[in-house]
Design a protein around this ligand. Structure first.
Ligand code: 13P
Ligand code: SF4
Length: 332
């Protein structure tokens, strides 16, 4: 189903604005292979009344070329809850598509690659949460959205990296169990008086950063502003100027406009910000999320054409996992 993928004058004209923005990211021959996909995806999504929700870690061709909504996990969940499209194409990882499906059980939710997983989501099962519940019966369970629907179904409330502190502080309990990211729990512990229990999960991408990385950036790039994601280890966050979710980092740089910045997070974030802010110098360390990088333009086009692979959730699990997700949306 790869017809109409030539770089024609019509394609060049229709993609001229994106081309101008991405000229520093892709050389001309490569751009000419991307543009026909961008053109055809944008045509087909209108024809099918589909909306493309893209996480901030998508590559610039997806982020700036075909996405209707971009954002962090919280923003994408909010948008999924209110879309009137017939079909959601989730450009991100599996747990994000499951969250969208839970919020829109009547809609088709499609992920261009079913294998796009997450090391945090893999680190804990529903059976683990049931055991934790038995061990700590009176402690509320705050579950990071980077988990399966089955795990959420056993939880009291969800959180994202953008609202974890707010959610925990709003709970009527002096002790809270935050699963599965031990580093997000560490970060939250520093911003609350509550006792935070946790689980031994971590993000395989953010745990690769070290404090020495940041010290070296500061030495090599004088005056650089360092922003880090709360999935990083605490000794890394201690070296940063600001900690926030992917969207909070974007808001910080677009609001404060530092001249030089380094983002201690997945590498496409910097590429996307650089494309939209050519005057800003982004130091670009690259730690790539292999799961996010499974999502590509050819797979998005195929997903639109075949209307699959579709996310399905057992209705009983969906009903139970909706409760903590909705509670989080109401609290944030
Ligand atoms: P955000 O909610 O900050 O976008 O984080 C999601 C994620 O998977 C980060 O690794
Ligand atoms: Fe999961 Fe880490 Fe990839 Fe985010 S960056 S999807 S937490 S593995």
């Amino acid at each position: 189903m790869t017809e109409n993928l030539a770089y024609t004058d019509e394609v060049a004209q229709a993609t001229a604005d994106v081309h101008a923005m991405l000229a520093n990211q892709y050389d001309e021959p490569y751009w000419q292979t991307l543009a026909p996909y961008i053109y055809e995806i944008n045509r087909l999504k209108k024809e099918k009344n589909a909306v493309i929700l893209a996480h901030n870690y998508m590559t610039p061709d997806i982020f700036h070329g075909v996405a209707d909504i971009v954002g962090d996990s919280l923003a994408l969940a909010r948008e999924a809850a209110k879309t009137d499209a017939d079909m959601i194409i989730q450009c991100g990882v599996h747990f994000m598509a499951e969250t969208s499906k839970t919020l829109c059980m009547d809609k088709k939710v499609i992920i261009p690659d079913m294998k796009a997983g997450c090391s945090l989501a893999e680190s804990i099962t529903a059976a683990d949460v049931k055991l934790l519940r038995e061990k700590y019966p009176d402690v509320p369970i705050v579950t990071y959205v980077n988990t399966s629907a089955e795990v959420k179904a056993e939880s009291d409330v969800c959180c994202t990296s953008g609202n974890a502190v707010k959610i925990v502080n709003a709970l009527d309990s002096d002790t809270v169990l935050m699963i599965p990211d031990k580093y997000l729990a560490d970060y939250t512990r520093q911003h609350t008086d509550k006792t935070i229990l946790t689980w031994e999960g971590s993000c395989e991408v953010h745990e690769r950063f070290t404090p020495e990385d940041i010290q070296n950036f500061r030495k090599r790039y004088e005056g650089v502003t360092v922003l880090a994601h709360p999935e990083c280890p605490p000794e890394v966050l201690a070296e940063a100027d600001y900690t926030g979710s992917t969207q909070q980092m974007i808001d910080y740089v677009t609001g404060k406009r530092p001249e030089r910045v380094v983002l201690i997070t997945e590498c496409s974030m910097s590429d996307n910000i650089a494309a939209a802010n050519p005057d800003m110098e982004l130091v670009r360390p690259c730690q790539m999320c292999p799961h996010m990088k499974r999502i590509t333009l050819p797979k998005i086009l195929e997903a639109l054409q075949t209307e699959g692979p579709e996310i399905t959730i057992d209705p009983e699990i969906a009903e139970r996992s909706l409760v903590p997700i909705q509670k989080m949306l109401d609290m944030s």
